[in-house]
Write a protein that binds this ligand. Structure first.
Ligand code: NCD
Ligand code: ZN
Length: 356
């Protein structure tokens, strides 16, 4: 058995409020534990979004009652609500700005709102951007002009990662994450998966995927799941919402890559624990660890999932490495292998801590 630190996912969608039929704090944090993740940062593109004090406070109360692992919330930027930003800082771990089209109501496309965010959000807390293509240059410009940390979510293209590498060479305070789906899937998987392969950023070409793997040891700071659950019925509709779940499949996929010597175990821990903790200034979780069976070989199966959406684009893929146990602050909270026991979650609801 391999003992590893509890992992941190800095990009999870938990859907409370307004999308609880897709996921809620209980099902999402149970899925996190099953994936070896003990701290997640939840995104603000809920309905209504986490962009006002009243919604943030109500959501925090919901969360504290329900969570099985530790959770921090992102506040969301919106042009109409930007004057509320100073009130949100104490209730959120970081600020998210959506520069590109994606699921949910949040979008920022005007310079006054971007400037207000950079001026009013404390420099001790990260601003995370959904920025695709030329918008990566916009984010680098903000980092340079305001000398403040900017984190790029789910970078997926060769040009984008090369631009971020150049910005880092200039010493700019930028960081970035990539997702397992961009590391393990490409446009070539779209005919097979149909709407189950639709997410933002869209799956890329093989050259883009190769560039991500090349930069995994250098430019890339974090691997984040972008766990974005939608129901199978929603995915089968005429205009399916973009997004795929990922909390439970990320570590098995990456442990398989470790077995195949495409990634070292040390680097995996840097990407999913050490760097996320440092970049987002997250607290210690003493006596918190996961136990993994690195030799367990199995096929990923929708039926085994804790996520409420009940599917994964990786179903049918054979992986090596299974999360067996999770201990949070000395308390066993997840056990995959209790004979005759259906429920693998050992913790009572509310065991997780809400940050900050
Ligand atoms: C996300 C969602 O469903 O909330 N969808 C996605 O395709 N990634 C939104 C996002 O992160 O862009
Ligand atoms: Zn996302």
């Amino acid at each position: 058995m391999l003992k590893l630190p509890g992992l941190i996912d800095v990009h999870t969608h938990l859907r409370t409020p307004g999308g609880e039929h897709k996921e809620d704090f209980a099902s999402g944090t149970a899925a996190a534990l099953a994936g070896g993740i003990t701290l997640i940062l939840a995104m603000p593109n809920t309905n209504p979004p986490l962009a006002t004090l009243s919604v943030l406070e109500a959501t925090r109360q919901q969360a504290q009652r329900s969570i099985y692992c530790d959770v921090g919330l992102f506040a969301g930027a919106s042009p109409a609500l930007v004057d509320q930003l100073p009130q949100l800082t104490n209730h959120a771990v970081a600020l998210k700005i959506y520069l590109n089209e994606t699921f949910g109501p949040l979008r920022v496309e005007d310079l006054p709102t971007l400037l207000a965010c950079c001026r009013h959000w404390p420099t001790t807390k990260v601003i995370a951007l959904h920025a695709e293509g030329p918008n990566v240059a916009v984010g680098i410009g903000l980092a340079a002009a305001f000398q403040r940390p900017i984190h790029f979510c789910h970078i997926s293209r060769k040009d984008e990662i090369e631009l971020i590498a150049a910005a880092k060479r200039q010493g700019l305070p930028v960081t970035c994450e990539v997702t397992p789906h961009h590391l393990f899937l490409t446009q070539a998987d779209v005919p097979r998966l149909g709407p189950l392969a639709d997410m933002r950023p869209r799956l890329a070409e093989q050259a883009d995927q190769a560039a991500l793997w090349e930069h995994l040891d250098s430019t890339i700071d974090c691997i984040a799941t972008d766990h974005a659950p939608h129901t199978l019925a929603e995915k089968a509709a005429a205009t399916p919402p973009p997004g795929v779940p990922g909390l439970e499949t990320s570590l098995p996929l990456l442990l398989t890559a470790v077995k195949e010597k495409r990634l070292s175990l040390g680097r995996l821990i840097m990407l999913m624990r050490t760097n996320p903790k440092r970049i987002f200034n997250l607290p210690d979780q003493p006596d918190t660890y996961i136990e993994v069976d690195p030799e367990a070989s199995y096929t990923l199966d929708n039926a085994d999932l804790q996520t409420k959406c009940g599917w994964t684009p990786f179903a049918g893929m054979t992986v090596k490495g299974r999360v067996m146990r999770v201990v949070l602050r000395g308390q066993p909270v997840y056990d995959a292998g209790r004979p005759g026991q259906e429920n693998k979650i050992l913790a009572p609801a509310g065991t997780g801590r809400l940050l900050p």
